[in-house]
Write a protein that binds this ligand. Structure first.
Ligand SMILES: Cc1ncc(COP(=O)(O)O)c(C=O)c1O
Length: 429
């Protein structure tokens, strides 16, 4: 179905060829600036009303060829070219001269990324821990908050294993109780979450943990209100931001969680194995470090909490560049774009015979994670056919698929995906 037109006879696009050359050490031969990865067009200033031409130039800031449509941001995003270049250039530097003297400057890179993270999340650098990913952040909280036999933690049934199984396993060791709130479908509305948490809190409750946008059904939770409720009852809050960090215009100074976690390789379109744990200043005395080593952070709680040994500093610097790239476009603009693409996808899926949309179409209840069932069509086969025949990458679900569009995706990719879904719905897979 798909014409692989932008590829040459060897299946390598011109831009990938440039990248391959760079990776083999020929970067200085490339382009005027000698950067490893170059975009054919610079990123324009974001127009007041961004049009598809603008989003095409955003797409050019990624090395993913235009005939590959990976619409799976909830799982893994491609890194933006600014992030790739930062990783490449700094890795080349550090590996060209790994002496203490040459590596000293990498520490400044980490200081900068902490500041960028603080600005991005609207908090202070003193409250930022640079982790490896959301899993690590969630586990640093469940291992670090002091909990004993008389304590209780409230979690939700569709929290990610790093924020569900982790609590249950640790409860066996430390003796605290876990209250799991059942997942209600379809999205029950914000009031439901507030009522059910209000009822679940007891005098023993020490912490509430939930996901801002779930990876399971794309449900958006009322994060600010839940954090407020928890705080008003003397309960700590952990917000898993794996599916909100990098796609929602997150303002932690407004949300006021005690802890918030995220990964760079998801919606921020940054390097793998870098992430963030935010620890609200008011909660600094309530959490113990879990790892003691060399290489601690520079300010605030990072001085005691972020002692994780040797890090991949080029990746941490690339993390900062990925965030700056998004900030240049504008976080609200990115959030709106992801929602617009998802709404278009949902509307079109609803018109496919036999398919059932699971995610809420209410724009306050969902954002950018779309789940649907494929009726009598074998979801596993469909998932494979989409990639093998069309080069469309999505995620499989037991009875359907999950598609999660982001700011590097185009309407043409959504439409191409829907056309392929309609085709298989009509002729089988
Ligand atoms: C809600 C949620 N939390 C945590 C994670 C774990 O993220 P990571 O693998 O980056 O640690 C995921 C991954 O998909 C997720 O969806």
């Amino acid at each position: 179905m798909t014409a692989h037109s932008s590829r040459d006879r060897n299946g390598i696009s011109r831009r990938n060829f440039v990248s391959l050359l760079a990776a083999s050490g020929s970067a200085t031969l490339l382009g005027q600036k000698g950067l490893a990865f170059e975009s054919p067009v610079p990123l324009p200033q974001t127009p007041t009303i961004p049009d598809e031409a603008f989003w095409r130039s955003v797409r050019e800031q990624f090395v993913m060829p235009t005939d590959v449509s990976v619409i799976n941001a909830a799982n893994l995003c491609p890194s933006s070219i600014p992030a790739l270049n930062a990783m490449y250039e700094n890795t080349k530097d550090i590996d060209g001269d790994p002496s203490f003297q040459n590596r000293g400057k990498m520490g400044q890179g980490k200081v900068n990324t902490r500041k960028i993270l603080a600005d991005y999340l609207h908090v202070t650098p003193e409250e930022i821990i640079i982790t490896r990913n959301t899993s690590e952040g969630n586990n640093l909280v469940s291992s670090g908050v002091e909990l004993s036999a008389n304590d209780e933690v409230i979690i939700f049934g569709d929290n990610h294993p790093s924020n569900n199984v982790a609590w249950k396993e640790k409860s066996k060791r430390f003796g605290f109780t876990v209250t799991e709130i059942e997942v209600v479908r379809p999205h029950p509305g914000f009031d439901y979450y507030l009522e059910v948490v209000d009822k679940a809190i007891t005098s023993r409750t020490k912490l509430l943990s939930f996901t801002q946008q779930t990876n399971t059904f794309g449900d958006v939770f009322p994060a600010k209100e839940l954090c407020q409720l928890a705080h008003s009852r003397g309960v700590l809050s952990l917000v898993d931001g794996a599916q909100s960090f990098g796609v929602m215009n997150v303002d932690l100074s407004d949300m006021q969680p005690d802890f918030y976690t995220g990964s760079a390789h998801k919606w921020p379109a940054g390097p793998k194995e870098t992430g963030v744990l935010y620890i609200n200043a008011r909660a600094h005395e309530q959490i113990w470090p879990s790892i003691y080593s060399a290489g601690r952070g520079d300010v605030g709680i990072s001085r005691t909490f972020e002692s994780f040994g040797q890090r991949d500093e080029p990746a941490i610097i690339g993390f900062g560049e990925a965030l700056k790239f998004q900030q240049k476009i504008g976080m609200q603009v990115i959030q709106d774009r992801a929602q617009e693409l998802s709404q278009s996808l949902m509307e079109q899926i609803q018109s496919i015979n036999g398919f059932k949309l699971i995610t809420s179409r209410d724009t306050t209840e969902s954002l950018s994670v779309v789940v649907f069932e494929t009726g009598s069509l074998d979801a596993r086969k469909l998932y494979s056919a989409l990639y093998e025949n069309e080069r469309i990458g999505v995620a499989g679900r037991p009875k359907g698929l999950r598609i999660s569009p982001h700011f590097y995706n185009l309407h043409s990719e959504i439409d191409r995906t829907v056309a392929a879904l309609k085709h298989y719905a009509a002729v089988g897979v």
